[in-house]
Design a protein around this ligand. Structure first.
Ligand SMILES: Nc1ncnc2c1ncn2[C@@H]1O[C@H](COP(=O)(O)OP(=O)(O)O)[C@@H](O)[C@H]1O
Ligand SMILES: [Mg+2]
Length: 282
């Protein structure tokens, strides 16, 4: 299939995700719009601002009770909302992949690590057993697992959190997706392990020329990792900026997040309290 070079990898226009609840409808995502090329886009915002539901809508993993609408939700020009379910499943994993926050809930506890990566690969590609195993071991090595043969035959509970998250990255990248959504991929890890895992992700995204959506509540982390940042508040994008222009952020919420960043050599006591204005959520 040929694709016009000016076509974005992903186009999102007026995306809305609404949950019915006993007390009425909750709009988790309220008109999010952006386009993405082969670049790194960060989505930041506090807990509950709609970051994960935005990522899930792109993946086709919106909970079934929710209603999802958009003027455009297209991957390489293909309308995701009108795509048959089987085609959507094929796209997921093969061309678009998502790393979730906690590998404990994402890996199958009763299947060895090697087998689950092989199954992911075989779902999307016709490969021999020997080739599948060789590619799985190579992928484990690519996420800097030193002893891939040993880790291949372990169960998820037998590895550390950092190792589990690297296994998740390996599993999500085995089919060579063009777009990777990483939803707080290292939030459950210790700071030092977090940096190791991010360095691995960073290298793989660069080497493979993937588009990346990096979701985090941590503006500093996002700005060290991405070219562009969307700041979300109460289900909306309140500001979109190149990371290089972060210091010129206009929205008071973004400015508030920036003021919370510690700077070396300055004494920050007390920590500033983020002030929220009801009109930001309008
Ligand atoms: N299963 C659900 N049922 C009802 N509301 C939900 C559900 N999941 C998410 N929401 C609503 O969507 C909002 C955004 O959720 P989410 O995208 O997970 O936020 P974030 O990832 O930014 O922390 C939440 O504040 C909540 O109100
Ligand atoms: Mg989330």
């Amino acid at each position: 299939m040929s694709v016009a070079t000016d076509q974005p990898l992903l186009a999102v226009d007026d995306l809305r995700v609404t949950f019915p609840t006993r007390t009425g409808e909750v709009e988790a995502v309220r008109g999010v719009s952006f386009t993405l090329g082969r670049e790194r886009l960060g989505i930041v915002g506090e807990s509950g601002s709609g970051k994960s539901q935005t990522g899930r809508a792109i993946m086709g993993l919106t909970p079934s009770q929710a209603r999802i609408t958009a003027k455009t939700l297209a991957f390489r020009g293909r309308n995701l909302l009108e795509m048959p379910a089987s085609e959507r499943r094929h796209l997921r994993g093969k061309q678009v992949a998502m790393i979730l926050q906690d590998p404990k809930y994402s890996l199958n506890p009763v299947m060895t690590i090697g087998r689950q990566i092989i199954e992911t690969l075989k779902t999307h590609e016709k490969v021999s057993n020997a080739e599948a195993k060789a590619r799985t071991l190579a992928m484990l090595e690519a996420v800097q697992i030193r002893d891939p043969e040993r880790v291949f035959s372990l169960y998820p509970h037998e590895v550390s959190g950092g190792m589990g998250q690297r296994v998740m990255i390996a599993m999500m990248l085995i089919c060579g997706p063009e777009l990777l959504i990483a939803d707080e991929p290292t939030s459950a890890l210790d700071v030092t392990v977090q940096l190791e895992v991010l360095a691995i992700l960073d290298k793989l995204v660069a080497e493979r020329g993937m588009g990346l959506i990096f979701i985090s509540h941590d503006l500093r982390l996002v700005s060290s990792f991405c070219n562009r940042v969307l700041v979300m508040y109460a289900g909306r994008v309140v500001e979109e900026l190149a990371t290089a222009d972060l210091s010129q952020a206009q929205h008071p919420y973004t400015r508030g997040l920036l003021n919370c960043l510690p700077t070396i050599g300055s004494d920050r006591h007390p920590l500033p309290v983020l002030d929220r204005k009801p009109e930001w959520a309008l």
